[in-house]
Design a protein around this ligand. Structure first.
Ligand code: GDP
Ligand code: IMO
Ligand code: MG
Length: 435
């Protein structure tokens, strides 16, 4: 298989960054196709730790990294990230970082609107990352967004900004934010544009298609996850983009067949950050122990970029199976198995009860999703450490049974298994680029 698409199957933070970094050795390039700097990935290699948000995780290995048209890009956040990457020795150049000129610009007014709406929503807030992602996608769908291509033409840009402000200023007044003049938006953009201009390219979609035609191996890098998808997630507690594999086509500009093998990243338990339904959430010491990264303490559950504590719970096979079906997942990568070391027993949710009926899917209605009672199956735990194991045979027997049970319940075979944050602490059952 020449191309691989990586998607999250739960509520994000499954360890996609580590997997993409691992796959980067085998790939020629990566393309981000949705989301923005709401994503946050941690990649550990030896004593170095890299954090990425907008930069595709292939940047760690200096591979060609493309930010596709479907991404919403905050130019200031991107420049900060480039500076941070360079400060830890990574090379980011116009040759290895390309931004599609059709990508959407996230402006300070988007961030302000995101934060002001959340503040006003009180206990009804979504718990967004506060990066302006929702408002930026709203403007894109409303056909008033600024795209990177617009930055090259000051006269046309001025016109676009006027139209944008005609929409935003009344909202800003309503939220108690200062009214903006066109120059307030244009001046900062004119400072930042020359710094990013060498990376902004036309017809990026053709470049990707040509690379595929020439036998290059392309990695399509998904951010967030299926349960945060604006159509398929726990709406309205979702992000504002489509996160499922089908978005590769629209967000990178390639035919659907180009996505290749779809790899679903699955955490060995469940986490979510921000508000919204979470049927298997734990509020006890078990949940706290998962938050701490288990007995081994690696990969504690705090947001990479926002630092927020993640909510934790048992593995939910119903929602991962749903993700497998929605994404056409052909293989899974199970991450953070080591966090479950030392639990006397581990539970898997195999179905839900709703108003006395049993169901095997996440209902679309919010009040239904909030009322689900998980049906659990209990699995034997393991006392031995799995941390850092790189060979399937060396895993504790009960851990192997847990993994095999997950494969059966979610309906997809295991390709890779993670046993620590480190790149090489990965058990390979099947190479996603082979066969
Ligand atoms: P992403 O957003 O899906 O890329 O995931 P994040 O990077 O936000 O969160 C995953 C966290 O788990 C990071 O701190 C990783 O270093 C860590 N991690 C990834 N894989 C493993 C694993 O197999 N075991 C452990 N203990 N930690 C892992
Ligand atoms: P990665 O790529 C986990 C969540 C936010 C919030 C909701 C909406 O690291 O897995 P937004 O800022 O997108 O409008 O927030 O989505 N969220 C994530 N949760 N991992 C992410 O990305 C997320 N990106 C957004 O916490 O609940
Ligand atoms: Mg993350």
């Amino acid at each position: 298989m020449s191309n691989v698409t990586v998607v999250g199957t739960q509520w994000g933070d499954e360890g996609k960054g580590k997997v993409i970094d691992w796959l980067s050795t085998r790939a020629d390039m990566a393309v981000r196709f949705q989301g923005g700097n709401n994503a946050g990935h941690t990649i550990a290699v030896g004593d170095k730790t890299y954090k990425t948000a907008l930069l595709p995780s292939t940047v760690v290995q200096g591979k060609l990294s493309i930010i596709g048209n479907g991404v919403v890009v905050d130019p200031w956040a991107l420049l900060d990230e480039i500076a941070r990457a360079r400060s830890v020795g990574l090379s980011v150049t116009p040759e290895n970082l390309v931004i599609s000129e059709a990508a959407t610009v996230v402006l300070p007014l988007h961030r302000e609107l995101d934060l002001a709406r959340e503040a006003r929503a009180g206990d009804k807030k979504i718990g967004t990352t506060g990066r302006g992602i929702g408002p930026a996608y709203e403007d894109k769908a409303g056909r008033r967004a600024i795209r990177y291509a617009d930055l090259a033409d000051p006269a046309a840009l001025s016109d676009r900004v006027e139209r944008l402000l005609a929409h935003h200023n009344p909202l800003r007044v309503d939220l108690g934010l200062q009214v903006l003049a066109a120059e307030d938006v244009l001046a900062p953009l004119s400072e930042v544009y020359p710094l990013l201009a060498p990376h902004i390219q036309p017809v990026v979609w053709r470049r990707i298609n040509n690379a595929i035609a020439n036998g290059r191996r392309v990695l399509f890098e998904g951010a967030q996850a299926a349960m945060l998808d604006v159509d398929h997630g726990t709406y309205p507690y979702t992000t504002s983009s489509n996160t499922v594999s089908g978005q590769v086509s629209a967000g990178a500009g390639v035919p659907v067949q180009a996505m290749g093998r779809v790899l679903g990243i699955v955490k060995a338990y469940t986490t979510r950050v921000g508000a919204g339904p979470f049927p298997t959430e734990l509020f006890d010491e078990t949940g706290e122990r998962l938050t701490r990264g288990g007995a081994g303490g690696l990969g504690a559950e705090f947001g990479t970029n926002t630092g927020r504590k993640r909510r934790c719970g048992w593995f939910d096979a119903v929602l991962v199976r749903q993700s497998v079906e929605l994404n056409g997942v052909s293989g899974i990568v199970l991450t953070k198995l080591d966090v479950l070391d030392g639990f006397p027993s581990v539970k898997i949710c195999t179905g839900y009860e709703l108003d006395g009926e049993s169901i095997d899917y996440l209902p679309a209605r919010l009040c239904d999703a909030q009322s689900l009672v998980p049906i659990y199956e209990e699995c034997e735990g393991w006392t031995e450490s799995s941390q850092g194991i790189r060979d399937w045979e060396q895993l504790p027997e009960a851990a192997k049974r847990y993994v095999r049970r997950i494969e059966t319940l979610v309906g997809a075979p295991l390709f890779l298994l993670g046993t620590s944050p480190q790149r090489d602490d990965t058990i390979v059952l099947k190479d996603p680029f082979e066969g």
